[in-house]
Design a protein around this ligand. Structure first.
Ligand SMILES: [Zn+2]
Length: 501
């Protein structure tokens, strides 16, 4: 839900975009609205971002966090290893929803979820959880390195020697920053998004294609921040309104986010994947029937060839207004039974119909004011204390960029529990909507169980970890809810889904 730039909002947007830069950990509200990715999605594994395989350094992490927010989440971002999928496929195919409703599940899914959380899965999930804390710290240390080493001031001086035009100066500074940031952040990115995923059999990608995909966010940042040039625009209010620039940037966030949300599926997502109508025509008919009952046009339900990159399974809603669509990963279509897929569609239809993109946009805009306001105070203090050592005395000096990133990363980390709580609330509503639409309690529980058990995520995290890392409710909670929520069998009205007739 967030990105892009309408007129003056472009300025503001810039700030948002700053968080895309290397070192910007999750400057954007990471789980705020349309989340799904990474952290806790359905599964426990913090896989930030929708593209589980990708994204390396903090830049990438911020990029993913951003994407995550843009999309409205997945049912499960999780993961499913190939062997697990094979096993999953052997589950009974309960294609008839009616049948599922009539017959209570004979299996103890909660016990199965717990049993499937093996020591190996625990190791993966613990590592992921730890990375959720290490990454912001790493991003902050990286920013401080740029400042205290004098590197940032040197880059500014070099840019000023090369050109007298401020546009070119910013472009030069930004290029150096992106390249150095990518290089310095690469080890962590490689470990998190390549080595770790391969060690646990979750990635389907070789090193070269993976590496090339890591360059995409860098190029996108260069295009939007430098060429466009949003960074230069963002610095304008900092110069003009030294005391209130954070208000201007906060205001500008809204249009930027709206435009970003709109363009995400049209411009950014096609850079890494192909999106097509559903290939399995029989399955498509079933899926479109569910979508139609939810009031979602058939043209807005697509599949993506995510199997090129990952073995995880997921689905999400992205886009805004005319560009909004439900996207099902092909891995999900292959790894789940029809009734499970239909529930997933119902969940995504909930995000779509309940206008979670809008709620997410409003929430993130509010959070932006908070982040910019806190950052403004912090940066004023920091420049007063260390500005001499860093080689600049004014915030509107381009050499202050790492300081912006340090501040945004710091405060967005602090705000993380609030953003995750908001996101989990939307996810619970989407689960509720999906159940009311499909009445597929058993299939929903199986879908969650499949995602969870195969995704190596902790189905019952500690409250602390849940608060900082889970933008979806823990698995056990979702399974229990799926099995217990059926007001239609008790003559009670739906809470969220209103049938058309
Ligand atoms: Zn969701």
């Amino acid at each position: 839900m967030l990105r892009q730039r309408p007129s003056r909002s472009a300025l503001l947007l810039a700030l948002l975009l700053l968080s895309l830069l290397p070192g910007a950990g999750s400057a954007l509200p990471a789980s705020a609205a349309p989340p799904d990715s990474a952290r806790a999605t359905l599964d426990a594994a913090p896989v930030p971002g929708r593209r589980p395989h990708a994204a390396p350094d903090s830049a990438r992490r911020a990029y993913r966090a951003w994407l995550r927010q843009l999309r409205a989440h997945v049912v499960a971002d999780s993961v499913a290893r190939v062997d697990s999928l094979a096993r999953a496929d052997s589950l009974p195919r309960a294609d008839s929803l009616a049948q599922t409703v009539a017959m209570p599940p004979p299996r103890d899914y909660v016990a199965e979820v717990r049993a499937n959380f093996t020591p190996q899965n625990r190791a993966y999930s613990t590592t992921r959880a730890a990375l959720g804390f290490i990454e912001p710290l790493y991003g902050i240390l990286l920013g401080l390195f740029f400042l205290f080493s004098g590197l940032s001031a040197w880059m500014r001086d070099l840019a000023q020697r090369l050109s007298r035009h401020s546009y070119v100066q910013v472009l030069v500074y930004l290029t150096l920053y992106l390249v150095l940031g990518f290089a310095l952040g690469f080890p962590l990115a490689y470990y998190r998004d390549f080595a770790l995923e391969h060690r646990y059999g979750l990635s389907a990608q070789g090193f070269v294609p993976w590496f090339l995909e890591q360059l995409i966010p860098v190029l996108v940042s260069f295009g939007f921040l430098g060429v466009v040039p949003l960074v230069k625009l963002a610095y304008a209010p900092v110069r003009r309104f030294p005391g209130h620039w954070w208000l201007v940037l906060g205001l500008g966030t809204l249009p930027v986010i709206v435009a970003g949300a709109f363009l995400q599926p049209l411009v950014v997502e096609p850079l890494t994947n192909r999106f097509t109508p559903l290939q399995d025509k029989r399955l498509e008919a079933r899926i479109l029937e569910v979508a139609e009952r939810a009031g979602i046009p058939a043209r807005n339900v697509l599949q993506a060839d995510m199997s090129r990159q990952t073995r995880k399974i997921s689905a999400y809603v992205s886009g805004f207004g005319p560009s909004q669509r439900i996207v099902l990963w092909d891995t999900t279509l292959k790894g789940m039974t029809t009734d499970e897929i239909l529930f997933v569609v119902g969940h995504e239809a909930g995000h779509y119909r309940l206008h979670h993109m809008w709620w997410g946009i409003l929430f993130i805009t509010g959070v932006s004011f908070l982040l910019f306001g806190l950052s403004a105070g912090f940066m004023r203090w920091a420049v007063g204390r260390w500005g001499g050592r860093w080689g600049f005395s004014e915030l509107h000096d381009i050499a202050s960029m790492p300081l912006f990133i340090v501040a945004l990363t710091l405060f967005s980390f602090v705000a993380q529990p609030g953003m995750n709580a908001f996101s989990r609330r939307l996810e619970r509503d989407a689960d509720t909507f999906g159940l009311e639409l499909t009445h597929a309690n058993d299939a929903a529980a199986r879908a969650f169980m499949k995602l969870g058990s195969q995704n190596r995520s902790n189905p019952e995290p500690s409250p602390f970890v849940e608060s900082f890392e889970y933008d979806h409710p823990p698995l056990i909670e979702r399974v229990r809810f799926a099995l217990s929520y059926h007001p239609w069998t008790e003559g009670r009205p739906n809470r969220l889904y209103v049938p058309k007739d």
